[in-house]
Design a protein around this ligand. Structure first.
Ligand code: PEP
Ligand code: MG
Length: 889
């Protein structure tokens, strides 16, 4: 029979699938002999069963009984016993950390009797009644779904009656009164009494945690972080320890290194005489962890010792939550800590230098997504800052440079961003309800809370710029404005700039500049001259390149992009889209070609185009000298080169009999070529076969450009690629013509430049008949944009805006298949084609040039299938190189 409950002594850190991150790490710490309050974990499997069937799995209740009885024995107390109650926390904990997204209920086990037992045992009546009211409040909100403001309003009332604004001034009797009021709120709003039975409290809290997996904010967070929808959450039942038992108690969070920079030292926040989520919620201002040394030297020393143990054990930066109860330190949580992209690279190299990890592991510890973040522009410094006013400096919680209009609510952030505006979400502090606004905003600014506040943790996880704890700002959310020192008031809609790397906040738009990592890739900065971060990037990239099996090429169609791609480490060009060379002024020439009524007209149009094409190719061959350059023959629907059908029809109709004959001819052509479904129409190889001479002109331009490069000592390596092939016969027809032209140019110039001729695989039929096609193709390049479009039957131009958000919500896919390659469907076709292609032509060169070529997960897929290269836009090349290396490790 399945086992649904694990004591903390039974689990370990590798059981995250089952016990969630929190449960697995509590078990690991327990086994390391660290001071963890005893408890047990209900598995995510039980949650999945509950969510699928609406009820807990059979046997769960019995197992919980047994583990609870063991816990009671270990603690020498009974859950909710009137004389000396055991109290427990009920906490969510999924495999992947989802900070604050799911529910927690503390102090479970209190009722009208046991509250007196707690008062007697602790000798602190005020504490006991405060704990009891916290339970009803949390239980009411999370388990019974009551609006949390009702409880907060009651607290405000009682404070007002006491004549204070501070919780600390409330007395035991005030909390007793609050318990009465809170029970009334529960009765009114939930239509039931607050359950006095401790076990019922626990069971209902467990079910509420299960349910919170599907809370809207949790769903949104998962989509953002690409966490699978069907994992479910484990539930941790842990005996309570109290940080709110007076000045010798407290609660805090800590990092074993600075999560923003990777610097070693003591980083964290501490809150004296406080419980549970007070620190993370950023409700009260914390003191730096270093202060704990002064407050409680013994606990501080012990904590530092434990932090070192954890870092050495996990061989990584950890974050932890702890509580001190009357001078005794307890560990409530640890996990490998979230960090900024820069810190990830630095920490990986620091751990490597400390000998804790090897270079393979260091490379595994960073991601292409993090590297991409480091390549974002940042604020210009010094003189160039421009006409802006510096408002204040907060904490540099999550790096980056963000500029946008100030907005004060999550709703407004979503609304304005929806209209395409850049916004900065400004709040006193954020809570999980602000998630949608944080996603929509370019950056987040808060006036309260430390580097471990909700805003900081969530923003870091998302790679979003965040400045938090800017205490000099007085944020008035209701009035929609904030006031900075000196009385400067900033209202909604005014542009502000926030620097997540320094914490600076400006009124106005600060200009941005290239990041040092980009300057390093561009060759403008040496590794040694770029500081610790650039050096770390350089070391890891060198190792990734050495390990990678996949080469990385560029999608580029002009000499400038080609040169940049080469500086970024491209091993050639994987896709030169020649239709991009026919835009601008050259459009007229293509129009002439389409409208030509006889061979002579067509010939003249082609003759005019050819020298232009030749120049383009020469420039690209020069930029990519010695490296392969895959030139894809023209592939747009023809009508893209003709005037807009509606505009032209109106012009001709309005002119009536006096219409320009040229316009009439044009309109006839536009009508003739108009397609209902241009993506499935006259494109690619079909166009080449329909307009005689078009492909030949391009092939001739390629061959002549290569010959002239060779004549001046260059080393051009052309590869000619035929698009949208569905049948080998199409390819054969074009190939024959192309070979003849290559021979002709060779004979005419006396220069022999070998050129490969291959095809794109971007239609299901091409993939399924790849064995036949490979007979005529010297290489395949998977055009996964079209292959995704035609496999799913999704129009690539329309569907993402039309209904993808609904599909993502429904979990039909976790990410758009146009962004990350759909392994099961499109990926299967790629596998089939690669296998059959290789069987028919051993050693056939295989690559991919759809947008997926720069997507980390898709790069790993290409490695698994054994492709030779991926091709992506120049800016993505470093990301693809890193992921190609990581895939091979
Ligand atoms: C593709 O279809 O994946 C491709 C690279 O070609 P294009 O995007 O130009 O259609
Ligand atoms: Mg295509």
């Amino acid at each position: 029979m399945a086992k649904f409950v694990y004591d903390f002594t039974e689990g370990n850190k590798d059981l995250k699938d089952l016990l969630g991150g929190k449960g697995a790490n509590l078990a690991e710490m327990t086994n390391l002999g660290l001071p963890v309050p005893p408890g047990f974990t209900i598995t995510a499997e039980a949650c999945r069963h509950y969510l699928a069937h609406g009820s807990p799995p059979e046997g769960l209740a019995d197992e919980v009984d047994r583990h609870l009885a063991a816990l009671e024995r270990a603690m020498g107390k009974r859950l909710g016993h009137p004389d000396d109650p055991l109290l427990v926390s009920v906490r969510s904990g999924a495999k992947f950390s989802m900070p604050g997204m799911m529910e927690t209920v503390l102090n479970v086990g209190l009722n009208d009797e046991s509250v007196r037992g707690l008062a007697a045992q602790s000798g602190d009546e005020r504490f006991a009644w405060d704990s009891y009211r916290r339970l009803i409040q949390m239980f009411g909100k999370t388990v019974l779904g009551i609006d949390g403001d009702l409880f907060e309003d009651a607290v405000e009332d009682v404070k007002e009656a006491r004549g204070t604004k501070d919780d600390a001034d409330l007395l035991a009797e005030d909390y007793r009164e609050l318990v009465g009021r809170f029970k009334g709120i529960v009765r009114d709003r939930a239509g039931r009494e607050f359950p006095a039975d401790p076990r019922e409290q626990m069971d209902l809290a467990v079910a509420a945690v299960f349910d919170s997996w599907n809370a809207p904010r949790a769903i949104l967070y998962r989509r953002q972080e690409r966490i699978p929808v069907d994992l479910g959450t484990a539930v941790n039942i842990c005996s309570m320890v109290f940080g709110n038992l007076g000045a010798d108690s407290g609660t805090g969070v800590a990092f074993t290194r600075d999560p923003a920079t990777g610097q070693q030292g003591v980083y964290g926040d501490y809150l004296q005489n406080a419980q549970g989520e007070d620190v993370v919620a950023g409700i009260r201002n914390t003191v730096p962890l270093t202060e704990l040394e002064r407050i409680d030297r013994d606990s501080y020393d012990r904590l530092l010792e434990i932090m070192e143990t954890l870092e050495n054990h996990y061989r990584d930066m950890c974050d932890i939550e702890f509580t001190i109860e009357r001078g005794k330190l307890w560990m409530l949580q640890t996990r490998v800590g979230k960090r900024t992209a820069g810190a990830a690279f630095r920490i990986a190299c620091q751990l490597l230098d400390q000998g804790l990890i090897d270079v393979d592991e260091a490379t595994r510890r960073v991601t292409g997504g993090q590297l991409a973040q480091l390549m974002f522009p940042r604020f210009a410094t010094g003189e160039e800052v421009g006409d802006v006013t510096r408002l204040t400096k907060g904490m540099n919680a999550s790096p980056g440079a963000a500029v946008g209009k100030a907005v004060f609510t999550s709703e407004r952030a979503v609304e304005l961003a929806g209209r395409g505006e850049d916004v900065i979400l400004v709040r006193r502090e954020t809570n999980p309800d602000d998630l949608a606004g944080m996603v929509a905003a370019k950056g987040v600014l808060t006036s309260r809370g430390g580097k471990t506040s909700h805003a900081a943790v969530v923003a870091r996880g998302m790679g979003k710029t965040c400045v938090c704890g800017a205490e000099e700002l007085d944020v008035d959310v209701k009035a929609g404005r904030f006031t900075a020192p000196g009385g400067v008031t900033v209202g909604e809609g005014e542009v502000i700039s926030i620097d997540g790397s320094s914490g600076e906040v400006y009124l106005g738009e600060v200009p941005v500049e290239d990041s040092p990592v980009v300057r390093y890739f561009e060759g403008g900065l040496t590794a040694a001259g770029g500081g610790e971060l650039v050096e770390a990037v350089d070391r890891i990239m060198a190792h990734a390149d050495a390990r990678a099996a996949l080469k990385v090429r560029a999608n580029a169609d002009n000499p400038e992009d080609s040169a940049r791609a080469r500086r970024f480490g491209a091993a050639g060009i994987g896709l030169c889209r020649t239709e991009h060379m026919f835009l601008g002024d050259r459009r007229r020439l293509v129009e002439k070609l389409i409208l030509a009524e006889d061979d002579a007209g067509r010939r003249a149009a082609l003759d005019a185009l050819e020298p232009l094409q030749r120049q383009d190719f020469e420039g690209i061959f020069e930029a990519m000298d010695g490296l392969p350059v895959t030139i894809r023959l023209i592939d747009p629907p023809l009508h893209e080169f003709l005037p807009d059908i509606t505009e032209l029809s109106v012009r001709v109709a309005l002119a009536g009999d006096g219409a320009d004959p040229q316009d009439r001819r044009l309109l006839d052509a536009v009508n003739r070529l108009h397609e209902q479904n241009p993506m499935l129409g006259l494109r690619g190889v079909r166009l080449g076969l329909a307009i005689p001479g078009l492909f030949s002109m391009q092939v001739r331009a390629i061959a002549e450009a290569a010959a002239s490069r060779r004549r001046v000592g260059g080393d051009p390596r052309p590869e000619i690629m035929i698009p949208l092939v569905g049948a080998v016969q199409e390819l054969e027809a074009v190939r024959e013509e192309a070979r003849a032209i290559l021979d002709e140019v060779r004979d005419a110039t006396g220069v022999d430049v070998p050129a490969l001729i291959g095809t794109m695989i971007e239609l299901p039929r091409a993939a399924l008949t790849a064995g036949q096609i490979a007979e005529a193709a010297e290489f395949f390049s998977f055009g996964t944009n079209d292959l995704t479009q035609t496999t799913w039957g999704f129009s690539r131009d329309d569907v993402e805006a039309a209904f993808f958000s609904r599909y993502l919500e429904l979990g039909i896919f976790g990410v758009s298949p146009f962004e990350t390659l759909d392994r099961d469907g499109v990926g299967r076709l790629v596998r089939i084609a690669a296998e059959e292609g290789r069987r028919a032509r051993p050693g056939i060169k295989l690559g991919i040039c759809g947008e997926h070529g720069g997507d980390p997960d898709s790069v790993h897929f290409c490695h698994e299938v054994g492709l030779d290269y991926v091709s992506c836009s120049p800016f993505r090349i470093p990301v693809a190189r890193l992921e190609a290396g990581r895939a091979a490790i």
